[in-house]
Design a protein around this ligand. Structure first.
Ligand code: ARG
Length: 511
């Protein structure tokens, strides 16, 4: 398509004012059948080929402004970039660009300072694109109708949504970093405290409380990486893809992408309007976080129970019972655990919507936003509550220590002792089992059996065994990288701290 300057369709003498009154006339709902002197029966972005108005109920059903209004700041940013890109290809004059940008700034300011205006002016808006065009026409007259030259809502919505997700991922990263810092701070503060490590919810081997806290931190630091990769998958600009086929005005796609802070443009126009992988990636990252939060929540619900009494939950993050005066319930953690289901639901909902869709834009894709917005908001809140609840939690070092001192937790250490004395592990395992039975018979802890009794079961026991096994030694021997020995845990803290410091979080606007 030649880059010649298209003829201006603006009627001579048309002013913003005259267009305003024209626009308000055009906006009059559901009057008689359109006459040939009325070129447009309302100000929708489509409609010329229709003889009759949409059914009122269907019309409500298909509108998206109630939720896609959240994309207004992004829509306006994209509009600004598009307006600038229309000048070099001769669609806009420099003056028209200036006027359009000024009007967009004004609209942007008004959306921020006067949210009630969004409700009133947007009452008849079909979607976020329609809202901004209506507002532009209100400001500029027919010039407002020029901005949509060569573009489609299909590429616009994909672009707005990608911009939203880039900011949203940055916001969640910020929250996660705070949560991680809290876990790290507690891991540092609690370095000397042992606890009973469990498998199958049965006491297994002693570990450091810090090791337990760092286990959660590791999971959340993987979530940070997943968020970064979700933001990277959103980081390509669809503008210039048109409805599906591309742009026939020779628009400079790369300069629009640069202007909007995208590092690249999408590669295929048809894919660009079909693709919601970036939304799936973001929802998967959120689902990972929610799942990890639900595990943290479950641990703290259990640990705050009377049976464990490992932690005292802060009043600020607990609630009481309307009937039982003594109750202090771990509702913050229970709600975090409960809400995680919705996040998984949002991921499954979008996967289900996308499954079997033909290539290209389909209106089904409008269903991508509500659940994602809600999932984002929920996860943001969940992280904030989890961080606050963690900060206020008191660990009962006495209870943790006491559980970690049960000699049954050192049984593996006993087997390891025999292995060091040359006994094959399977036999050692068996011998310790016999020793446990003998101690049970005598009604004492197995570590209190006399050397004589021990030697009866295995001559490999020597005097160095007596008093050689304790919570501390059981923990200290796990001195591999990633193990629970104090030196290993100290190293893990440093590694995690460095990783966290290196993670650059894009400072996004609040999505
Ligand atoms: N509201 C639509 C969405 O959220 C974008 C508009 C595209 N509509 C259309 N009929 N092509 O996906």
């Amino acid at each position: 398509m030649p880059k010649s300057k298209p003829q201006s369709k603006r009627p001579a003498g048309a002013t913003a004012k005259s267009a305003r009154s024209a626009a308000s006339k055009l906006a009059t709902p559901k009057t008689a059948m359109p006459s040939s002197s009325t070129p447009r029966k309302d100000d929708r972005l489509w409609g010329g080929r229709f003889e009759r108005e949409p059914d009122a109920h269907f019309d409500q059903f298909q509108r998206s402004f109630s939720f896609d209004r959240r994309l207004l700041p992004y829509e306006i940013r994209v509009d600004r970039a598009w307006a600038k890109a229309l000048e070099p290809i001769g669609v806009f004059t420099a003056t028209e660009v200036r006027q359009t940008l000024a009007a967009l700034d004004k609209i942007s300011d008004r959306t921020k300072t006067d949210p009630a205006w969004i409700d009133s002016f947007g009452a008849n808006a079909e979607d976020v694109h329609h809202f901004v065009e209506k507002a532009l026409v209100e400001e500029l007259g027919p010039l407002g109708w020029k901005l949509h030259t060569g573009r489609s809502r299909n590429e616009l919505i994909a672009t707005d949504f990608r911009l939203f997700i880039k900011d949203a991922a940055a916001e969640i990263q910020h929250g996660l970093k705070n949560l991680l810092n809290t876990l790290l701070m507690q891991a540092k503060a609690k370095l000397g405290v042992p606890m009973a490590g469990m498998t199958h919810m049965q006491h297994a081997q002693p570990i450091l409380l810090s090791h337990f806290l760092l286990a959660h931190a590791e999971a959340f630091s993987r979530d940070l990486t997943r968020l970064q990769s979700a933001a990277a998958s959103a980081d390509a600009c669809p503008m210039g893809s048109g409805a599906l086929a591309g742009n026939s005005f020779g628009i400079d796609r790369n300069s629009i992408a640069r202007e909007l802070g995208f590092s690249k443009i999408t590669a295929n126009s048809l894919d660009a309007v079909s693709d919601r992988d970036f939304a799936l990636d973001y929802l998967f990252a959120l689902t990972g976080i929610a799942t990890h939060l639900s595990r943290l929540a479950e641990d703290f619900v259990l640990f705050s129970s009377q049976e464990f009494s490992y932690v005292i939950l802060p009043d600020e993050y607990s609630t009481g019972s309307s009937l039982m005066p003594q109750k202090k319930n771990p509702d913050s953690w229970e709600l975090i655990r409960g809400k995680s289901g919705r996040i998984t639901g949002a991921l499954v909902a979008l996967l289900t919507t996308l499954k079997g869709l033909p290539t290209s834009y389909q209106r089904d894709l409008q269903e991508d936003k509500e659940a994602l917005f809600a999932a984002h908001d929920q996860v943001d809140d969940m992280i904030l509550v989890a961080t606050g609840a963690l900060i206020g939690t008191t660990f009962r070092d006495d209870r943790l220590c006491c559980a970690a001192s049960n000699p049954l937790l050192f049984a593996t250490e006993g087997a390891d002792y025999l292995v060091h004395k040359g006994v094959p592990f399977r036999q050692a395992h068996d011998l310790i089992g016999k020793i446990l039975r003998e101690a049970e018979k005598q009604g004492i802890a197995w570590t209190q059996l006399s050397l004589e009794d021990l030697k009866k079961i295995s001559p490999s026991f020597e005097s160095d065994f007596i008093g050689g096994i304790s919570t501390e030694t059981a923990i200290a021997t796990k001195n591999v990288p990633g193990g629970t020995a104090p030196e290993s845990v100290r190293a893990a803290i440093t590694i995690l701290q460095n990783r966290l410091d290196q993670l650059t979080t894009q400072s996004g606007a609040k999505p």
